[in-house]
Ligand binder design. Structure first.
Ligand code: HEM
Length: 411
C-alpha cells in the first residue's frame, strides 16, 4: 500500500519497537482503518487479510460491540494453526455470548476480591523466596530468576495444583507458550505444534484429573468450587476446567511476567520516575503498573471477525472480514494520551486498553496481575533498592506477544 507499511509482513515485527511506533503513528494519522492483505506461505492456510484498527476510539468501539465484532472462531491473527484451535477452541476468549457469558460467570468466582485476598500471603511468600534466591545466586537474567517465576506459581496456587506436580506444569508451560502468532516455516511449525500440543494436553489431563477428584471429594479450593454446582446449578465439566487452566497459563503467565521485565527497564531508563516511586511506593505503584501496561502493551493485538455489515470512519466492513485491534497503537494515541511517548507514572486519567478494551472480554485477571506485580516490586525495591536493568532486553519475534526472553540486571 501507499504508506510502505505492511503489518502483515513478518519483517515489520522484526524491526525495533521505536521504528514500529513511528509507523503506527503514521497509520493513526490516516484516520481510517487500513486493510492489509495477508501473505501466502506455501502449504500453510492463509486468509484474505485484515482491517487494522489503530486509533484508541476504534479499538474501544469494536471491543464494546461484541455482537458485530465476534471473538469466534479465534482472537489471534493470522488464523491460528489447527492444533491451537483444537486446544483453545472451547476457551472463553474465543467464544461469544451466550457460551462465553456462561463460562465467564462460573470462572469469575476465581477472581472475586475475596479469592484474590486469599492469594496474598502465597504471593508474598513466593516473592520473598525469589528475592532470597536472587541474593544467593547473584543477578544474571531478570526474566528467568524473577519475572518468570511468580505468575505461574500464583496460577498453580489458585487452582490448588499440588506441589508434587508443579515442576511438570512449569516444564509444560515453557514449551506450550512458545507459539508466537508469527508464521514460520512448515517444518518449524510442525515441530512446534507437536511439542506444544503434547505439553498442553498433558497439562489439561493433569487438571482434569484434579477436577474429577475434587468433584468426588470437594476441598476448600477453587477447583472444587468450579466443578461443583453453584446455587444456580452451574459448574464446569472436567474438559472445560482443563481448557480454563491452559487459558490461565497462557493468558496470565507471559503477560504478567513481561510487564515486570519491561517495567524494570522502563524504571531504569527513567530515573525521575524511579525516584518518584521509591519516594512513596504505596502512593505510586498503582499508577506505575497502569503506565507500564499502557507503555508496553504486553498483548499487542487481538482479532475480531465481523458478523454483519458495519461502517467505521467511512470504511465498510463485510460479514466475515477480519479486524485486528492494535492495543499497542491505541495506547499511544495522542488524542487520548498527551505526550504518549513519555513514561509517566502519574498519568491521570490513563484509560489504556492494555487489558483489552471495555466490553465482555476485558481481562479477567487484571486485578490479579496488578496484585502480583505490586507485591513482587515491593519486595524487590525494598530489599534490593539498587536493582536496575543492564543492557537491552532480548525480545521474542512475535506479532502479538510483547515478550522479553531475557533481561540482564544488577543490584
Ligand atoms: C499485565 C498482565 C495482563 C495483560 C496485559 C492481559 C491482557 C489481556 C487482554 C488484552 C485481554 C482481552 C482479550 C480480548 O478482548 O479478546 C485479556 C483477557 C483475559 N485475560 Fe488477561 N492480561 C493480563 C493478565 C492476566 C492474568 C494474570 C490472568 C489470569 C491468571 C488473565 C486472564 C485472562 C482471561 C481469562 C481473559 C479472557 C477473558 C474473556 O474472554 O472474557 N490475564 N487479557
Amino acid at each position: 500500500m501507499e504508506t510502505g507499511i505492511d503489518l502483515a509482513d513478518l519483517a515489520f515485527w522484526r524491526r525495533p519497537p521505536h521504528e514500529r511506533e513511528r509507523d503506527f503513528a503514521r497509520l493513526r494519522a490516516l484516520d481510517r482503518p487500513v486493510f492489509f492483505a495477508e501473505r501466502r506461505v506455501p502449504l500453510l492456510r492463509s486468509g484474505a487479510g485484515f482491517h487494522a484498527l489503530v486509533r484508541h476510539a476504534d479499538v474501544v468501539e469494536a471491543s464494546r460491540n461484541a455482537k458485530v465484532f465476534s471473538s469466534e472462531p479465534a482472537v489471534t491473527n493470522p488464523e491460528p494453526p489447527g492444533w491451537v484451535k483444537h486446544v483453545f477452541g472451547d476457551s472463553m476468549v474465543n467464544l461469544d455470548d451466550p457460551r462465553h457469558a456462561r463460562l465467564r460467570r462460573i470462572v469469575s468466582r476465581a477472581f472475586s476480591p475475596k479469592m484474590l485476598a486469599r492469594l496474598d500471603s502465597g504471593i508474598q511468600k513466593a516473592a520473598e523466596r525469589i528475592v532470597d534466591d536472587v541474593v544467593e545466586q547473584g543477578p544474571r537474567d531478570f526474566v528467568a530468576q524473577v519475572a518468570a517465576r511468580l505468575p505461574i506459581n500464583v496460577i498453580c496456587d489458585m487452582m490448588g495444583v499440588p506441589d508434587g506436580i508443579r515442576a511438570r506444569v512449569h516444564a509444560h508451560v515453557d514449551v506450550s507458550t512458545a507459539y508466537t502468532g508469527v508464521r514460520m516455516s512448515l517444518p518449524r511449525t510442525v515441530a512446534m505444534a507437536g511439542r506444544n500440543m503434547a505439553a498442553l494436553f498433558a497439562l489439561q489431563r493433569l487438571v482434569m484429573r484434579l477436577g474429577r477428584e475434587r468433584a468426588r471429594e470437594p476441598a476448600d479450593d477453587l477447583v472444587s468450587a468450579l466443578v461443583n454446582a453453584n446455587v444456580d446449578g452451574e459448574r464446569l465439566t472436567p474438559k472445560e476446567l482443563g481448557s480454563f487452566f491452559t487459558l490461565l497459563l497462557v493468558a496470565g503467565n507471559e503477560t504478567a511476567r513481561n510487564t515486570m521485565a519491561h517495567g524494570l527497564k522502563l524504571l531504569t531508563d527513567n530515573p525521575g520516575e524511579r525516584e518518584r516511586l521509591a519516594g512513596d511506593f504505596e502512593a505510586h505503584i498503582g499508577g506505575a503498573i497502569e503506565e507500564t501496561v499502557r507503555y508496553v502493551s504486553p498483548i499487542m493485538q487481538f482479532r475480531r471477525t465481523v458478523t454483519e455489515p458495519y461502517e467505521m470512519r467511512g470504511v465498510r466492513f463485510a460479514p466475515g472480514d477480519k479486524v485486528v485491534l492494535f492495543y499497542g497503537s491505541a495506547n499511544r494515541d495522542e488524542e487520548v494520551f498527551p505526550d504518549a511517548g513519555r513514561f509517566d507514572i502519574t498519568r491521570r486519567p490513563n484509560p489504556h486498553v492494555g487489558f483489552g478494551g471495555p466490553g465482555p472480554h476485558f481481562c479477567l485477571g487484571a486485578n490479579l496481575a496488578r496484585q502480583e506485580i505490586k507485591i513482587m516490586y515491593r519486595e524487590l525495591f525494598t530489599r534490593l533498592p539498587g536493582i536496575r536493568s543492564v543492557g537491552e532486553p532480548e525480545l521474542l519475534l512475535s506479532n502479538f506477544d510483547n515478550s522479553v526472553r531475557a533481561q540482564g540486571f544488577a543490584f
